[in-house]
Design a protein around this ligand. Structure first.
Ligand code: ADP
Length: 525
């Protein structure tokens, strides 16, 4: 059985996804090239910019973390828990970042922020990602050799969230209350201490490069692909920061716009992926249910077919055997008639056995026992086998057979079953008919050189238009004790022989069934 992928973590990316992600990465780097020459052009400070950008990123990162944690719960993977946790951590840092940003909520920022506070918070955000990816790759490697997901302990999402909150609180405290402990990033609120910034950002850049290489070399899932896109975003940002000298410049605004853009793209891609996987799972589950139902249905159908088809020969066997006994069990026994009845009972019992065998072959979709069959002979034999039933309902049977009818290549027992069904249905319909002589007519004819046609007509109660469209469906019946299996079985048999079976209203009363089968020389060709 092909393995079923459960999520972003174990589904390999499609070629389309790889192409799409390459386009995004290409766009990110192309945009960087465009921006680099004008990066230091100053722009008007927009103080609402950071809170807005941070709010968007905050939502994006929290949604991404939720998606990742949901996958963590499915796969019981610590590797995934680490990535989910880093997203919670970076999302949380966006709050103090916005609060402490000079000019956003207060001229010097809230939380007694210093000039370096936001820069260090942003640096922690950037550096945490490659570190988390390093753990992710290691843990995933360990998990790929560990027991299957279902047997692993839960991956501790709550611990991850608590750790993310604690770390974010720690970073906030260090960059605000403990800011004196940190080396400077900025000379003034808008001018960077370039030499220092270059050093710190180089650390992020190198770590990001290492993490990208690690991830690229071990990539295997859709998630890895999108993480690589995130890294491409981080790398372009790092490169830009390495060359930035101040805030509120073209390059600085660009930095946040790229960040928002890559976050949104990744979040939307992950959402779309989750949805697609969910749909695929839902579809495959419903396909599996349908398959199960149809298997149950076919078991039902086999059971119903067997009991439907052997009803008539079994009843005949019983009637002949009872008659045989009564010929013997009388003051002057008549052994000759008794023997005749017993022989008929044996024939009927044999027919029962043949029917069971042919139904089994039909449902197992094995080819039947094909031989050359003269449809006229078969019609005569079937009519005589049903003599008792015809007499019981006072039905007269008229055979108009084309003596030049070519033979067909068929499973004799199966085609006999078709005829038994058609004639029995006609007798039952006539049983409910009053006020006219009850008649069944069987006609045979050669058709256009390729096929033979057999018609079974009755002048019984007929079929309503509504029922006519459904009579060949399995389990459709209008009779109190009917099973609705006969005609559906007949059609299956006829179609398996390369023929057609259909019905039309009779000329005045009743119905005519048409059985068209290919003649044998065509089979042989
Ligand atoms: P069943 O005989 O168990 O109902 P069938 O599949 O043989 O199942 O027939 C389905 C339905 O087709 C019958 O219930 C009946 O309504 C209709 N039907 C079939 N043959 C005739 C006929 N000769 N005359 C009238 N109705 C018929």
């Amino acid at each position: 059985m092909p393995q079923e992928h459960l999520g972003l973590f174990d589904t390999p990316p499609t070629r389309r996804q790889v192409q799409f992600s390459l386009v995004i990465v290409g766009l990110l780097f192309a945009a960087l090239l465009v921006i680099l020459p004008v990066r230091d052009v100053p722009l008007r400070p927009i103080h609402a910019f950071i809170p807005m950008a941070n709010a968007i990123m905050f939502l994006g990162e929290l949604i991404t973390a939720t998606l990742l944690y949901a996958q963590t719960a499915v796969f019981r993977s610590r590797a995934l828990a680490v990535v989910g946790t880093v997203y919670v951590f970076t999302a949380l840092l966006l709050i103090p970042h916005a609060l402490t940003f000079p000019g956003a909520f207060a001229p010097d920022g809230l939380l007694s922020a210093g000039i370096n506070t936001t820069a260090w918070i942003a640096w922690c955000r950037r550096v945490s990602f490659p570190i988390a990816i390093f753990f992710y790759v290691q843990l995933r490697r360990a998990e790929s050799t560990a027991p299957r997901e279902a047997e692993r302990p839960a991956a501790g999402i709550v611990i991850g969230v608590i750790a993310a909150i604690a770390l974010a609180a720690g970073v906030t405290a260090l960059t605000t209350i403990g800011q004196a402990l940190l080396p400077p990033f900025f000379v003034t609120h808008s001018r960077v201490a370039y030499a220092n910034s270059l050093q710190y950002e180089s650390v992020v850049f190198v770590l990001s490069i290492i993490a990208t290489i690690l991830l690229f070399r071990t990539r295997r899932s859709v998630l890895d692909l999108w993480l690589l896109v995130v890294f491409a975003g981080w790398l372009t940002q790092s490169l830009l920061i390495l060359s930035l000298h101040g805030r509120f410049t073209v390059g600085w605004y660009w930095l946040f716009l790229v960040s928002v853009f890559s976050h949104l793209v990744v979040m939307l891609a992950l959402l779309a992926e989750s949805h697609r996987l969910y749909l695929r799972l839902a579809l495959s589950t419903s396909a599996r249910n349908r398959e199960r139902e149809s298997r149950l249905m076919s078991i039902d159908a086999v059971a119903a077919a067997i009991s439907h088809e052997i009803g008539q020969p079994l009843a005949a066997a019983r009637a002949y055997a009872t008659a045989g006994v009564s010929w013997l069990d009388r003051p002057q026994p008549d052994p000759e008639r008794a023997v005749k009845s017993m022989r008929a009972a044996i024939d009927a019992a044999q027919r029962t056995a043949d029917v069971i065998k042919s139904i089994r072959a039909m449902f197992a979709q094995q080819p039947g026992m094909a031989s050359e069959v003269d449809l006229n002979d078969l019609a005569r034999a079937t009519a005589s086998a049903l003599g008792r039933e015809l007499a019981g309902e006072k039905v007269s049977l008229q055979l108009t057979l084309d003596e030049a009818l070519p033979p067909i290549l068929a499973d004799r027992v199966q085609i006999e079953q078709v005829l038994v069904n058609l004639i029995t249905n006609a007798i039952e319909s006539l049983g409910a008919t009053r006020g006219r002589a009850r008649r069944i007519a069987i006609r045979s004819a050669a058709l256009n050189g390729h096929d033979v046609l057999l018609q079974v007509s009755d002048n019984g109660i007929g079929i309503t238009d509504e029922a006519m469209s459904r009579i060949f469906e399995a389990f459709f019946t209008t009779k109190k004790t009917g099973m609705g299996m006969g005609l559906s079985l007949c059609r299956t048999i006829v179609e398996a022989h390369g023929g057609r079976l259909w019905a039309a209203p009779g000329e005045q009363h009743g119905v005519t069934f048409y059985l068209q089968l290919p003649r044998s020389d065509l089979h042989a060709a």
